[in-house]
Ligand binder design. Structure first.
Ligand code: ADP
Length: 202
């Protein structure tokens, strides 16, 4: 099963993608995680994108398309993948269409997660993760059961993303509304059927 997760930053795309990965075996492809790994490794690509990511702007379509097309062609994607953070612009969506045709596959569903901007800012600026196992927490909604100890792996090594501050989040939300949101209509026009489900999940 091949899926696209769409929605603003902080909506929970990564969290839901991980759950789907565990349940259905499709592999999560997060362009944000890939870029952060490049930055952490000090690669040329990492050096090129670090400033942009920290200010909340979008990395160029060319770079992203090159990075993800190599990844989709790998063997572990043959059983299905979940795109998390890509496509983020209409040109990226067009490039994805070409990539899929080359690899003889197609998207089965697009999952759209929506939330209010102010809730998103609140969620993102208060979120943190266990640096050892990746478990997600939030200062307000989901603190570790024992202060400073990860519920899942017992580590006390927590981290916060550099771009999770209010100013950068507002810039990321602007980029979402201007460049990414139109992709929802793009896929609707391609015939993806709309089915709504309301929830009130934090
Ligand atoms: P979030 O969805 O929480 O904003 P991500 O982890 O998906 O964060 O992305 C972090 C940053 O990485 C983005 O703000 C952007 O700078 C860059 N990025 C990730 N994916 C893309 C993409 N498909 N196109 C352009 N830039 C991207």
């Amino acid at each position: 099963m091949n899926l696209i997760m769409l929605g603003p930053p902080g909506a929970g795309k990564g969290t839901q993608a991980k759950r789907i990965e565990e349940k259905f075996g499709s592999v999560q492809l997060s362009t944000g995680d890939m870029l952060r790994a490049e930055v952490a490794s000090g690669s040329e690509l990492g050096k090129m994108v670090e400033g942009l990511i920290n200010s909340g702007g979008l990395v160029s379509d060319d770079l992203i398309v090159k990075m993800i097309s190599g990844r989709i062609a790998q063997d572990d994607c043959k059983n299905g993948f979940i795109l998390d953070g890509f496509p983020r612009t209409i040109p990226q969506a067009d490039a994805l269409g070409e990539m899929l045709a080359e690899n003889n596959c197609a998207i089965d569903h697009c999952i759209v997660i929506e939330a209010d901007d102010d809730d998103l800012v609140d969620r993102i600026t208060k979120r943190f993760t266990c640096a050892d196992c990746g478990a997600g927490y939030n200062d307000k909604f989901q603190r570790p059961k024992v202060e400073n100890v990860c519920d899942k792996c017992g580590s006390s090594n927590f981290s916060r993303r550099k771009d999770d501050n209010e100013e950068t989040v507002r810039t990321r939300l602007e980029a979402y509304h201007e460049q990414t949101k139109p992709i929802i209509a793009y896929y609707a026009e391609k015939g993806f059927e709309k089915r709504a489900q309301r929830g009130n999940h934090r």
